[in-house]
Structure formats: structure tokens, C-alpha cells
Ligand binder design. Structure first.
Ligand code: GLV
Length: 327
């Protein structure tokens, strides 16, 4: 019987039931990412992995993977896997695009509005006993309506964010690997020819790009300096896209006004990270897609992909279909 390694204990019954009908299921019973030596060993013992998007599956694991056929990432991001190494070893990688777009866009707006109107800051102040008379002045917010939102990365998630922003009467500009002229008219969004244009024009900058060699540490001191001093920076992409010490400096020196980030580098963020000393940043624990329904739908999609790959079917969302030629 084919063997599937589920790399976290928290998947619900729907996921286990559908896997267990066809496969032997082995589960990592720790909420922390499995250590590298365990991942190495499991790649020799299992036909499929069901990882979270932060579980590192590197070239050493993949080059030594004598049994592994498919990695069904429960994430749209695939930066946790060395894709060239998977491909040369004939190991198929799948991900979960589509199903998470609305949940991620909702969360982006939760962060955008939180940073704009200081929701978490107000809550922290009350709990710290600081609401002792009526004074709104420490909590004065920035408007969203009428302001410019700059979206970097105009794939499925970026487009859903744009749709919400238009509903909030925001002007939307975007920069992406490819220009999408058809969407500019239908969605009422405008193209920013460069990242610099996007940063200079925007009141809110929101990242929705994958972490790749081109985007790694793309936002550094130089880029924060291009932003308006009143601007809010939102990161729903990956912590690695940002030079985190530079973000701290930009917030601490008020080069930019505020930030709201769902992802950090590393994750979890260490309690000693200086970002945690600042009041003008709100940080959430990488939960962009994590509505109850979307969490489950992503798991089920990963299961469908694994099931298809192990039973001779066609997975819905292969990332490196060319791997099959190297079997
Ligand atoms: C979450 O970060 C994902 O890539 O799905």
C-alpha cells in the first residue's frame, strides 16, 4: 500500500478519512516543523508528503528520496521546496492555488484597516489600562477611501484585493511580472511600470508575490525610502521578500507610517525581534488563508492532488509537471 506522510497533527477528519480510504497514513505528531533528519528518512519510507508551506524540503532530502513520488503542499507558495531538485528526481510538486484567494484578500483588508485605524493598538491600550478618559487623539487613523493602494503581484490574490479596494473607493495601481491590460479596464485598476512608481504613488503598499530569487529581500532601506512618510506597508506574501531590519528602521525612524505583516523572517518571529517593540506595526502569525473553510479546502485539495498522483490520475494543480519525464 502507498504511504502518505502528513507533516502536521492538525488536519481534520475529512482529510484523514479521504486519505485513509486508499493509503497508509503516517502523521508527524508535533506542531513544530519536522527536523531535517526526519524529513530525510521519511522521503525513503513514504510515497507522498503533505507538508505545510513552511516545511523545508531541500535538495539533500530530494536527492536522497528513494521512495517519494509526490509532495502535495497545503499552500499556494512553494518556496519551501527546491523545485529543480524535485524535478530532476522525478518528484511531482502540487500546491493549492485558487481556493485561498478570497480568504487571503479578506485578511489583507483586515490588516489594511487595522493598520489604518489602529484596531489592535486600541485594544492593547485598553488592556494595558490606558483608557482612563475620552481622548481620541492617540488613536487617530488614516482613511482608506479615496487613497491609492499599490498592489505588488497581480495574480489571483492580488486581483481579489483589488476588487475589495475598489469597493472601498480606493484607487488601485499594480505592478506584476506581466501587465494585464484586459483587467485594467474591467477592474478599474492602473499599471505602475516599475516597483519605484508603485512605491512613490501609493498610500498603502500590499505585497502578493511569491518568494523567488527575484523577490528575495526586494523591500529594503532604499525601497522604504521611496514610500510616502504617511504610507502603510502590508505584507501578505512571505517574510523573505522583506529586509526585516530595514523595515524596523523605516518604522522606527518614521520613514513610513505603519506596517501590517502576516509573515516574518524567520517564522515564528523571535520575541527578541525589535519589531515587537514598536507600536506602529501589527503582526499576525501567518494566517492569511486561515479561515476555517479555506483551511479545510486547502487540505482537501492537497489530498486530491496526492491521490491523483499516486493512483495514475492527473493532479489538479501540478507545479512541475515536467518532473514526470524524469521518472
Ligand atoms: C500560505 O502562505 C500559502 O502559501 O498558501
Amino acid at each position: 500500500m502507498k504511504r502518505v506522510w502528513v507533516m502536521r497533527p492538525f488536519h481534520d477528519e475529512a482529510i484523514y478519512n479521504s486519505l485513509k480510504q486508499k493509503f497508509e497514513v503516517d502523521t508527524w505528531d508535533d506542531h513544530k516543523t519536522p527536523p531535517h533528519d526526519v524529513v530525510m528518512q521519511k522521503a525513503k519510507e513514504c510515497d507522498a508528503f503533505l507538508p505545510e508551506g513552511i516545511d523545508i524540503i531541500d535538495a539533500e532530502v530530494l536527492d536522497g528520496a528513494t521512495r517519494l513520488e509526490v509532495i502535495g503542499n497545503r499552500a499556494v507558495g512553494t518556496d519551501n521546496v527546491d523545485i529543480p531538485a524535485a524535478t530532476r528526481n522525478g518528484i511531482l510538486l502540487t500546491n493549492t492555488p485558487g481556493v485561498l484567494q478570497d480568504a487571503c484578500a479578506d485578511m489583507t483588508f483586515a490588516l489594511l484597516l487595522d493598520a489604518a485605524r489602529q484596531v489592535a493598538y486600541g485594544d492593547r491600550s485598553i488592556r494595558a489600562g490606558k483608557w482612563v478618559f475620552f481622548d481620541q487623539t492617540p488613536y487617530l487613523g488614516l482613511d482608506a477611501y479615496g487613497k491609492t493602494l499599490g498592489i505588488f503581484g497581480f495574480g489571483g490574490i492580488g486581483q481579489k484585493v483589488a476588487k475589495r479596494a475598489r469597493g472601498f473607493d480606493m484607487r488601485v495601481i499594480y505592478h506584476s511580472r506581466s501587465r494585464k491590460i484586459d483587467l485594467e479596464e474591467s477592474m478599474g485598476v492602473e499599471w505602475a511600470p516599475t516597483l519605484a512608481d508603485l512605491l512613490q504613488q501609493s498610500d498603502y503598499v500590499s505585497l502578493h508575490c511569491p518568494l523567488t530569487d527575484e523577490t528575495r529581500k526586494m523591500m529594503g532601506a532604499e525601497q522604504f525610502a521611496m514610500m510616502k512618510s504617511t504610507a502603510i506597508f502590508i505584507n501578505m506574501a512571505r517574510g523573505g521578500v522583506v529586509d526585516q531590519p530595514a523595515l524596523y528602521e523605516a518604522l522606527n525612524n518614521k520613514t513610513i507610517a505603519r506596517a501590517a505583516i502576516d509573515v516574518t523572517d524567520p517564522e515564528p518571529i523571535p520575541m527578541s525581534d525589535p519589531l515587537l517593540t514598536l507600536d506602529n506595526v501589527v503582526i499576525t502569525p501567518h494566517v492569511g488563508s486561515a479561515s476555517e473553510a479555506t483551511f479545510k479546502n486547502m487540505g482537501l485539495m492537497a489530498v486530491r492532488n496526492i491521490t491523483a498522483a499516486l493512483t495514475g490520475g492527473a493532479p489538479e494543480t501540478p507545479v512541475n509537471p515536467e518532473a514526470l519525464q524524469n521518472r
